[in-house]
Write a protein that binds this ligand. Structure first.
Ligand SMILES: NC(=O)c1ccc[n+]([C@@H]2O[C@H](COP(=O)([O-])OP(=O)(O)OC[C@H]3O[C@@H](n4cnc5c(N)ncnc54)[C@H](OP(=O)(O)O)[C@@H]3O)[C@@H](O)[C@H]2O)c1
Length: 248
């Protein structure tokens, strides 16, 4: 059986990735704090497996307990190919270093960086033969954006984790592939949070408000399709950070 684990499938890009994978006949293991009823219906329509695991990715205990159940399920389903989309993320706290709330800062590092790390670590320790891990990153990993020091730093960490872990798998001679995917600006709730930040906290506020006003935010289905086409139709390069603009 082919399965895909998608974190943050409740909305935005994660929902679009899950929908496309269901249409490709792949079962979905969804991980987030809220459930997306549309996915249950779509999976039933396409007669593929769908399971949701309620999990706050800001908590290591919750991740470990959800993935204990998920790894048992993977064994039970005799999974022959597994895709893992580490997609869930938060942009907050937005503000200059010196003004950041520590609780929000810790949550950002946990959801954006520690969660993909722990999830990959757990799954790589399992005896699965063929796994593709896709870590969703951002252009913010590659350039500083004032007010986003937490987000830029965690996404840069995601890229380095991707490159390092891929190299390790190559050296070990496994069939596992680990890549990162930078999806560009999309019309999601995350962009809504960005547009509603205070101008003193976010230097580029007007630029991001203009993205929406000028219709420059891509829809998530288009961005998910570019990624899934890449995974299903091309030979992917282990450790590479792929950018949506090179694929569309
Ligand atoms: N939108 C953009 O313009 C843009 C640009 C570049 C990169 N990206 C990246 O693309 C990916 C998807 O972003 P998006 O715009 O689709 O985001 P979004 O619409 O804000 O959705 C975020 C997802 O993450 C989940 N999530 C957040 N905090 C969580 C937590 N503590 N525990 C579990 N799940 C949590 C949410 O699920 P629940 O709330 O149900 O838990 C939700 O499904 C992210 O990695 C983001 O960094 C986005």
């Amino acid at each position: 059986m082919k399965l895909a684990i998608v974190t943050g499938a409740s909305k935005g890009l994660g929902a679009s990735i899950a929908k496309r994978m269901i249409k490709e006949g792949t079962g979905i293991i969804s991980v987030s704090r809220t459930e997306n009823p549309e996915l249950t219906e779509l999976a039933a329509e396409h007669e593929v497996f769908y399971g949701h695991y309620f999990c706050n990715l800001a908590s290591s205990d919750e991740i470990e307990s959800a993935f204990k159940e998920i790894t048992a399920l993977l064994q039970e389903k005799k999974t022959e190919a597994l895709y893992v989309f580490n997609n869930a993320s938060v942009i907050s706290p937005i503000g200059t270093a010196g003004s950041l709330d520590h609780k929000a800062l810790i949550q950002n590092v946990h959801v954006n960086l520690i969660a993909p790390f722990i999830i990959s670590n757990i799954l790589l320790s399992e005896a699965l033969s063929d796994m593709t891990i896709v870590n969703i990153t951002s252009g913010a990993a590659e350039r500083p954006i004032q007010g986003w020091s937490a987000y830029c730093s965690t996404k840069a960490g995601v890229n380095m984790f991707t490159e390092t872990a891929a190299l390790e798998q190559q050296t070990a001679g496994t069939r596992h592939k680990i890549i990162a995917y930078s999806p560009g600006v999309m019309d999601t709730d995350m962009q809504g949070t960005i547009r509603s930040s205070a101008k003193e906290d976010f230097h580029d506020l007007k630029k991001f408000q203009a993205f929406k006003e000028k219709g420059m935010l891509r829809d998530t289905d288009t961005v998910a399709d570019a990624l899934i086409d890449l995974l299903l139709e091309k030979e992917i390069e282990n450790g590479k950070v792929y950018h949506v603009n090179d694929l569309i």
